[in-house]
Design a protein around this ligand. Structure first.
Ligand code: 5AD
Ligand code: SF4
Length: 519
């Protein structure tokens, strides 16, 4: 047996041992073994989580990949599946950046991957079900390819019940880590590669800010920029304050530098991201500086389009409205989740505003920005929502004239106050309400789209349309999808398109200088 064969034999033995371990270890043994000190094996506890600690937020600027891990991924590939919100999409860009600096290449082909990470979402039960489905699908691949590393990260990993379930039922998973320790990825991958046991590292701390993390952004035209992390709002239905920690804002100079850097790279649009961007800066102790001030500073940077999401109506202040009213690169599309049109339900949701206060805010915004586009998020079927209360959501939808809305059926989340409530609304009624609301949302969207007939709009061209490679697609300043025929050379540019046809959720048009009809 030569050296190479000996190595292969040793590898096969280690793989067989690994599979045996997976098959034979009892879940209790695993649980006892893998909960590190960092992981507090308890369900998200709203009372505990509410008591935000007074400790200062630590800023770390010293991220680097240890030397012995810089080439660990050479010749290997990674795949990250992302579920949920833009925050998760952006975390995926960071993890892709870290893995790339470790020498890994990205792939879209599951069978080719040496590392698969599932970046998960906990916001509703169906998001979690999808992830557990995928975990199950990956089992045969792991048995076939024991060297494959499968990791679960993101919001679901911050829930004790999820970690328990993976330990008990999905022992083919190699690695579980949470939302606060993404920067530990090189160490975690190393441990997973060289250790024999499942690595669980979930921090229940409230979060620091880690700057200078590498990123591989998904495109070259639009970019996300985190401005803050976490949420202290504690809406009674929502798991996010427990999975993402306390509100903490990045320093303005770090954000501005990142935006400038994106401009230098040719990006045309940035979206400033946070769970509750309107609370930006409230945690600064040394300076008075909020989202309005940040937008004012970014307004002066030479980037054509700036958006921000997600807003909370409670913290949407006059300074921000005044700054947004300057227009220019600050787009007047405001996503302003209302959740319900009933003041009673809003109170039960702990949203901290009434229907009237929300409408007053809308009036202020419209006064300052008469053409502003408003979109929203709505939950139907909150525990014990009455027919009248639901009707109030329908009338609010019309009264505000939302041009689009993300609509959801309430999903109980373990550890949140609403999940402990008895609920007398049958599932069928909730589905009916969602259906009725969606009909209204579609109607309002289609009506808005019709007003664009014959208009000339500015479109940031993102690439070929998903349905037809001969058609280009992009978004207007108000976030309307436009399909049109034009030369591929305009991808990445902002062009004028005349609208010739309108649909419920998109517009068709011809390029103003280059009139090629879309069929
Ligand atoms: N059930 C249903 N929808 C929810 N959302 C947040 N938590 C829940 C839940 N438990 C919705 C809210 C929020 C959006 C991101 O998801 O509308 O704005
Ligand atoms: Fe969840 Fe948004 Fe409410 Fe925060 S503000 S608790 S993220 S719904």
């Amino acid at each position: 047996m030569n050296e190479e064969q000996r190595k292969q034999q040793a590898q096969i033995r280690s793989e067989e041992a690994n599979i045996e371990r997976i098959k034979n270890t009892s879940s209790e043994e695993l649980i006892a073994k893998y909960f590190h000190a960092e992981y507090e094996p308890q369900a998200p506890d709203i009372k505990k989580a509410r008591k935000r600690r007074k400790e200062d937020i630590q800023f770390h600027y010293d991220f680097s990949i240890p030397e012995d891990m810089q080439r660990i991924g050479e010749g290997k590939k990674f795949l990250i599946r992302t579920y949920g919100c833009q925050m998760n999409e952006h975390d995926t860009e960071v993890m892709a950046g870290i893995l790339s600096e470790m020498g890994y290449e990205s792939t879209n082909v599951t069978e080719e991957a040496d590392i698969i990470l599932l970046n998960t979402c906990a916001i509703r039960e169906n998001a979690e079900n999808k992830v557990f489905g995928e975990i199950g699908h990956l089992k045969p691949l792991k048995l076939e390819k024991p060297d494959l590393i499968i990791g679960v990260c993101g919001c679901m990993s911050q829930e004790e019940s999820v970690v328990d379930r993976i330990l008990k039922k999905h022992q083919h998973i190699d690695l579980i880590f949470g939302t606060h320790n993404i920067h530990r990825l090189p160490h975690l991958v190393k441990e997973a590669l060289f250790g024999k046991e499942m690595i669980v590292e979930v921090w229940s701390k409230e979060g620091d800010i880690i700057e200078n993390l590498p990123k591989v952004r998904k495109g070259k035209i639009k970019a996300w920029v985190n401005i803050m992390y976490g949420c202290d709002k504690f809406c009674t239905y929502c798991i996010v304050p427990m999975t993402r920690g306390k509100e903490r804002s990045r320093h303005p100079q770090d954000i501005i530098q990142e935006v400038r850097h994106l401009v230098a790279q040719g990006y045309q649009e940035v979206t400033l991201l946070g769970q509750n961007v309107n609370a930006y800066g409230k945690d600064f102790e040394d300076i008075e500086y909020g989202l309005g001030d940040l937008m004012d500073d970014i307004h002066k940077i030479d980037i054509p389009r700036v958006r921000f999401t997600t807003s909370h109506p409670r913290d949407f202040d006059d300074r921000l409205i005044e700054v947004l009213a300057q227009g220019g690169n600050l787009l007047d599309h405001i996503h302003l989740p209302v959740q319900s049109g009933s003041s009673e339900i809003l109170k039960k949701m702990n949203r901290k505003y009434t229907r009237e206060e929300y409408l007053e805010l809308v009036r202020k915004i419209r006064k300052a920005m008469p053409n502003a586009t408003l979109t929203t998020d709505i939950i139907v079927g909150f525990p014990n929502e009455t027919e009248e209360q639901f009707e109030e959501t329908m009338t609010l939808m019309e009264e505000v004239g939302f041009e689009a809305a993300y609509t959801y059926i309430y999903s109980p989340r373990e550890g949140t106050p609403a999940a402990r409530k008895k609920d007398d609304v049958p599932e069928e009624v909730k589905k009916q309400r969602l259906y009725r609301l969606n009909e209204l949302v579609n109607k309002q969207s289609a009506e808005t789209m019709k007003t664009y007939q014959g208009e000339v709009v500015k479109v940031l061209v993102e690439g070929e349309s998903k349905k037809d490679p001969d058609v280009l697609a992009g978004y207007t300043e108000r976030n309307k999808l436009v399909n049109f025929k034009g030369p591929k050379s305009v991808i990445g540019q902002i062009v004028e398109v005349e609208i010739t046809d309108t649909k419920t959720w998109s517009l068709n048009g011809v390029m103003a200088e280059n009139r090629v009809e879309v069929k």
